[in-house]
Design a protein around this ligand. Structure first.
Ligand SMILES: N[C@@H](CCC(=O)N[C@@H](CS)C(=O)NCC(=O)O)C(=O)O
Length: 216
């Protein structure tokens, strides 16, 4: 059995990013599924005191925070490299991770995807239309900026797949399952990028489970 364990809610974009990293590197791992309602439970808080997913173990080494996990994987399994050697490409990758962690996930994707898909599917939530509408302007800014940074490159930080693609593809794939997300991404170069990412075996192998797969 693999000594790598990913603890996470199946389908969560951050969890999926770590799983994709392991799939891309062809490293065996075990997904220990956590229920959405169990992230703040005692057992999981011991792994992740902030009650989030993913949490990660490699033998006796435990870690949380998606980008830290992906950087660690890149250090111990160097091929294929996820961090560009070119300083400017590496800086772009880090910039895009920052956009995801500070603006795009917490203020846009988490709000719209929760209100439109996850909340209704898992707890029968009635969508708060005002919350969705309030998240759209920043969403447009994030998507416009990611589109600009992608430009005509194959991947977000240049010629090679990087941690930026691994973190953003699961987020944007989830967002475009909502009408607001589809409208934001339509007509941008991110559409073709997402199609290329969705064709990768790492994305195919880490599909969201059924209740979270459908379009809102
Ligand atoms: N900064 C964290 C963010 C992780 C995060 O927010 N994960 C979400 C799921 S995509 C989560 O755990 N949500 C559950 C909750 O808030 O209870 C990371 O990079 O791993």
């Amino acid at each position: 059995m693999s000594d790598i364990v990913v603890y996470g809610v199946p389908g969560s974009p951050f969890v999926r990013g770590v799983q994709m990293g392991l799939e891309e590197k062809h490293v065996a791992y075990r997904l220990h599924p956590i229920g959405g309602q169990d992230t703040k439970g005692e057992a999981h808080l011991k792994r992740h005191p902030f009650g989030r997913v993913p949490a990660f173990e490699h033998g006796d080494f435990s870690l949380y925070e998606t980008q830290a996990i992906l950087r660690y994987l890149d250090d111990i399994f160097p091929e294929p490299a996820f961090e560009p050697a070119d300083p400017r490409a590496a800086a772009r990758m880090n910039q895009i991770i920052g956009i995801n962690d500070w603006y795009f996930f917490p203020k846009v994707a988490a709000v719209i995807v929760w209100q439109r898909i996850v909340g209704p599917a898992l707890i029968g939530l009635k969508t708060d239309e005002e919350a969705v509408a309030a998240a759209v302007p920043l969403g447009r800014t994030c998507i416009a900026e990611l589109d600009r940074l992608l430009g005509s490159q194959p991947f977000l930080a240049g010629d090679q797949l990087s941690i930026a693609d691994l973190m953003l593809a699961p987020q944007i794939d989830f967002l475009v399952a909502t009408p607001e997300g589809r409208a934001m991404v339509q007509g941008t170069r991110l559409e073709a990028w997402l199609a290329r990412m969705n064709a990768r075996p790492s994305m195919v192998a880490t599909q969201r489970p059924e209740p979270l797969r459908g379009a809102a």
